[in-house]
Design a protein around this ligand. Structure first.
Ligand SMILES: Nc1ncnc2c1ncn2[C@@H]1O[C@H](COP(=O)(O)OP(=O)(O)O)[C@@H](O)[C@H]1O
Ligand SMILES: Cc1ncsc1CCOP(=O)(O)O
Ligand SMILES: [Mg+2]
Length: 284
C-alpha cells in the first residue's frame, strides 16, 4: 500500500491560495462579460485598435475619447479609465490630467501605462504628474518601471544590486499608493505588501506592438469588475491575457496572426481553459 504523506499546514495554505487564482480569474472575466463595463481610454495612436478589440473581446465596452471638451461630461459616467502616454503631446496632457483628477475624485478606478517614460524630460515630468493624481494601478515593462522607480523613490534609496527587484517594486507601490505591475516573461504584481508572479503568455507577444497597451486596458476592465480588489484584478487580467496568448499561439504563424488569434481566444475563453491555464504564484 502507498505511504500517505502529510502536507505541512503553511504549505497547504499556500497551495490553496495558488489553486484559488483560477476561480478568482474566472469570476472576474465572467463579471466583465455580465457587466460590460464602459472603459474610457486616452491612449496612443498605435494601440487604439488592439486596445478597443481586446476590451470588446473581453466583454467590456471601449471608448477612445480624449478631447478636453468632452472629459467633464464623459469621464464621470465610465466604470474605469486607462491612461497611456505612448504618443504624448502637450495638447493631450491636459485631457489626461483632467480625466484622472475626475476619476480619483469620483472613486472611478484608473490605470496608468507609462510607455517609454524615460524617452524625454517632458514625458517623465508628465508621467510623474499623472502618478501624483493617484492611479489605482501602474503597469509597465521592466525598463519603464525601473525609470519610474528611480524618479519617484530616488536612486539613492534603491539598492544598487536590486534596482528593479521586488523590494524596490514594493517601495514604488507604497510611495505611489498603487498596485504596480511589471510585465515580461513572468509578470510581477505588488500592492506594496503582497507579491505574485504571473507565469502566462508567450514570447511572441513581445513581437507585436501594443500588446502591453492592450493588457493595461484589460486591467482597467477587471478593475471595473472588482474596484475594491485591484491587486487581484491586475494579476487576473495579466493571467487571462497570457492564457489567451498561449491558446492563440497554437494557431498563429507569426506576430500578425497571433494578434488575431489572441483576440479570438480571449472572446471564446471558457472555464476549463481558465482553470487549467491560469498560473499565478505567490512570491516571497
Ligand atoms: N517572454 C515572454 N513570455 C511570455 N509572455 C510575455 C513575454 N514578454 C511579454 N509577455 C507578455 O506580453 C504582454 C506585454 O508585455 P510587455 O512586452 O512586457 O509590455 P510592453 O509591450 O509594454 O513592453 C504581457 O501580457 C506579458 O505578460
Ligand atoms: C510603437 C509605439 N510608439 C509610441 S506608442 C507605441 C506602442 C507601444 O506599445 P507597447 O508598449 O504595448 O509595446
Ligand atoms: Mg508598453
Amino acid at each position: 500500500m502507498e505511504e500517505k504523506k502529510t502536507i505541512p499546514e503553511t504549505q497547504k495554505e499556500e497551495e490553496e491560495e495558488e489553486e484559488d487564482w483560477g476561480s478568482k480569474a474566472w469570476k472576474l472575466i465572467t463579471k466583465v462579460r455580465e457587466k460590460a463595463p464602459l472603459i474610457q481610454c486616452i491612449t496612443n495612436y498605435v494601440s487604439m485598435d488592439i486596445m478597443a478589440n481586446t476590451l470588446l473581446a473581453s466583454g467590456a465596452s471601449p471608448a477612445m475619447l480624449h478631447s478636453i471638451n468632452e472629459i467633464s461630461d464623459f469621464t464621470p459616467h465610465v466604470h474605469a479609465l486607462c491612461i497611456n502616454i505612448g504618443t504624448l503631446s502637450p495638447d493631450w496632457l491636459p485631457s489626461m490630467k483632467s480625466s484622472a483628477t475626475l476619476a480619483t475624485q469620483l472613486n472611478i478606478p484608473w490605470v496608468l501605462d507609462p510607455v517609454a517614460v524615460s524617452a524625454s524630460d517632458f514625458r517623465l515630468k508628465a508621467c510623474l504628474q499623472l502618478v501624483g493624481l493617484k492611479p489605482v494601478v501602474i503597469r509597465g515593462n521592466a525598463s519603464e518601471i525601473l525609470a519610474l522607480s528611480t524618479a519617484s523613490v530616488g536612486s539613492d534609496k534603491l539598492s544598487k544590486i536590486n534596482r528593479c527587484g521586488r523590494s524596490s517594486l514594493k517601495s514604488l507601490a507604497q510611495a505611489c499608493g498603487a498596485v504596480v505591475a511589471v510585465s515580461g516573461a513572468v509578470d510581477i504584481i505588488t500592492d506594496g505588501k503582497r507579491v505574485v508572479g504571473v507565469h502566462n503568455g508567450v514570447p511572441m507577444m513581445q513581437r507585436d506592438y501594443a500588446t502591453g497597451c492592450a493588457v493595461t486596458a484589460l486591467i482597467a476592465a477587471f478593475l471595473a469588475a472588482d474596484p475594491l480588489r485591484p491587486f487581484e484584478a491586475t494579476a487576473s487580467a495579466l493571467s487571462i491575457f497570457g492564457v489567451a496568448g498561449e491558446i492563440g499561439m497554437d494557431l498563429a504563424k507569426g506576430p500578425a496572426s497571433l494578434r488575431m488569434h489572441l483576440i479570438d481566444s480571449l472572446h471564446g475563453l471558457d472555464q476549463k481553459s481558465v482553470f487549467s491555464g491560469v498560473n499565478i504564484t505567490s512570491m516571497p
